[in-house]
Design a protein around this ligand. Sequence first.
Ligand code: ADP
Ligand code: MG
Length: 311
Amino acid sequence: MNKKREPELLVIALGGNALIRKGQAGTIEEQFANLQVPMQQVARLSRDYRIVITHGNGPQVGNLLLQQESCSEVPRLPLEILVAQTQGQLGYMIESTLDSEFMKSGEEAGKNLVSLISYVVVAESDPAFKRPSKPVGPTYPGDAAASLPWPVVKTAGGYRRVVASPKPVTIVEKREIRKLVELDFIVICCGGGGIPVTREGRSFHGVDAVIDKDLASARLGTEVGADVLVIATDVEGAALDFGRPAQRFLRHMTPPQAEGWLREGQFAAGSMGPKVEAAVQFVREGGKRAVITSLEAIGEAVAGTAGTEIS
Ligand code: ADP
Ligand code: MG
């Protein structure tokens, strides 16, 4: 039988720094310029792979929160709505940058792109709701923080609001995403980890929380049957003794090794920790491999010559 083999499906999760690099003001020109780096590679990879793109939204949602804080003339919007706004904003930016890359390389024909507003179910019983831990939005001086209507945490620069970061249970649009992939679309979805919703009988309700985008990407990867999860960030991979003289980047780890190092605290909570956790979860649930890599080396990481592979 002459059955053509389906190309492998990649879920590529872009870190917040794909748009705003450390030290930049985050102008729209900077964000579009930064996006070219991963999108050139996505355009190249799309010749041989099917691709779903997810992305973070930390700096963008932070800016929206700050804008809200600076204006009392319009009603404040809850976090779920701000996450939805950033999905639209970043979906447009990613899609148009990728489209331009295709046009530059003369490959526009046959490349279908779509960005999807996506919501992600979380459990009301998730223990994260009892102890909000994820800092979001602007930094407040101590006296201002005391009168805020939310829980806050003390950080290096001052106080910040904290919200719950519950685990993603399921991606609501998983069937649609799978269908679009089958139709040969590159799908941009689950931005900012997805709009968090709880399910009550037959209806969904948005909740004031944020979902970790790496964990949401792993869940999505499992639910759409992805082969490879690529987590692209601002370091070349996961390191042991990170930031210390003995620092060494890992080329490969097995899930049990990764879990051991996670327990030892080698991968910081809120940054590298959830990436390693997401990679392990994806592989344990049937994914072929996951790789944590820099935004510059997405192509090499898929080829197996860069990054930290978990398999
Ligand atoms: P993203 O926006 O891509 O999710 P994060 O800032 O959340 O990026 O995570 C990447 C950061 O994780 C790196 O910039 C690095 O400072 C930090 N990090 C913490 N522990 C480690 C580790 N063990 N190995 C590599 N990077 C680590
Ligand atoms: Mg992160």
